[in-house]
Design a protein around this ligand. Structure first.
Ligand SMILES: Nc1ncnc2c1ncn2[C@@H]1O[C@H](COP(=O)(O)OP(=O)(O)OP(=O)(O)O)[C@@H](O)[C@H]1O
Ligand SMILES: [Mg+2]
Length: 276
């Protein structure tokens, strides 16, 4: 019967939606797992530096060597603090509600997590960050978007290259623009319309760093941006590179009241923390 068929189809749609949600969740966890191993490795390097310089300082009693050892230990300590801050950055904004978010900080937190990987693949990062007002976003999700875009950019440049991250303010449109540009292989025009489709991938499978190949990265990116009432645009030239430009809504003055109460600041704290 026609109605029975319709119910079945609706059920199948439901099942597909559920499976997609599960896959997206699995993808997210994979990304977090990979980041955990990357940062653990990096943290270990820092610890080795500290241990080795401490040994050096203990072995050599002269002031010059001790001075040098201590300053190396201090620098390594600072770096360790930066790494944990980056991880805390991911943990910050765990809420699933949009909040006024400092995108400059979010970019720094994210790059910190990818620094080692980018260095390994000889990818230089160039930041062009204008002063922008806070964006009304779920920080966690936008960090995931950024991770996906930067990892894709890195994978498009197997011989190394440049990632340019740009922040700009579109005051008229009330949006913050976040662009991730690379100098990689580019995307052929016939593939461009498909890159946001779930499971569309041109990668054979995970690379040496265990990344890429499921084809879910950009479909999640699109979903997140749409949920934010934002926009995403791609420009690509084969052999020259690709740019993903995101537009995200600026937090309104009334949103800052939310952040103030939410952060339970003293009531006499200035409420003008965010101004457009
Ligand atoms: N910056 C880029 N340069 C060139 N091609 C790209 C870029 N970003 C995405 N692509 C193309 O779009 C496809 C889909 O990207 P997407 O991130 O969704 O999946 P993936 O990277 O293959 O796998 P994963 O799910 O692990 O991210 C890629 O396989 C690649 O062909
Ligand atoms: Mg990807």
């Amino acid at each position: 019967m026609a109605t029975g068929g319709a119910t079945e189809i609706a059920e199948l749609h439901d099942q597909i939606a559920q499976l997609q949600a599960q896959l997206a969740q699995a993808h997210k966890l994979t990304a977090i797992g990979e980041l955990a191993s990357t940062t653990t490795h990096e943290f270990n390097n820092v610890l080795m530096t500290i241990i080795n310089y401490a040994k050096l300082g203990l072995r050599h009693k002269d002031d010059a060597t001790r001075e040098k050892s201590l300053s190396k230990i201090l620098a390594a300590g600072h770096r360790a603090a930066k790494i944990t801050n980056g991880i805390l950055g991911m943990a910050r904004n765990r809420s699933d509600n949009p909040e006024p978010t400092d995108l400059t900080r979010l970019i720094d937190d994210t790059l910190m997590l990818l620094e080692r990987e980018l260095r390994k693949y000889r990818v230089a990062v160039e930041k062009q960050l204008a002063e922008v007002p806070p964006a009304m976003v779920v920080g966690n999700q936008i960090q995931q978007v950024l991770l996906n875009l930067v990892i894709n950019a890195r994978q498009a440049m197997p011989q190394g290259g440049r990632v340019i991250i740009r922040l700009a303010h579109d005051a008229e449109g009330g949006m913050v623009e976040l662009t991730v540009r690379d100098t990689g292989q580019g995307i052929p025009a016939e593939k461009l319309p498909r890159i946001f489709d779930p499971f569309f991938s041109t990668k054979a499978g995970p690379d040496a760093s265990g990344r890429g190949g499921t084809g879910l990265g950009l479909s999640m990116v699109r979903e997140i941006i749409e949920a934010h009432q934002g926009r995403i645009r791609v420009e690509s030239t084969v052999g020259q590179g690709t740019a993903f430009c995101l537009k995200l809504p600026v937090a309104k003055a009334s949103d800052s009241a939310f952040i103030t109460t939410n952060a339970s600041l003293p009531t006499d704290a200035p409420s003008s923390a965010e101004t457009g």
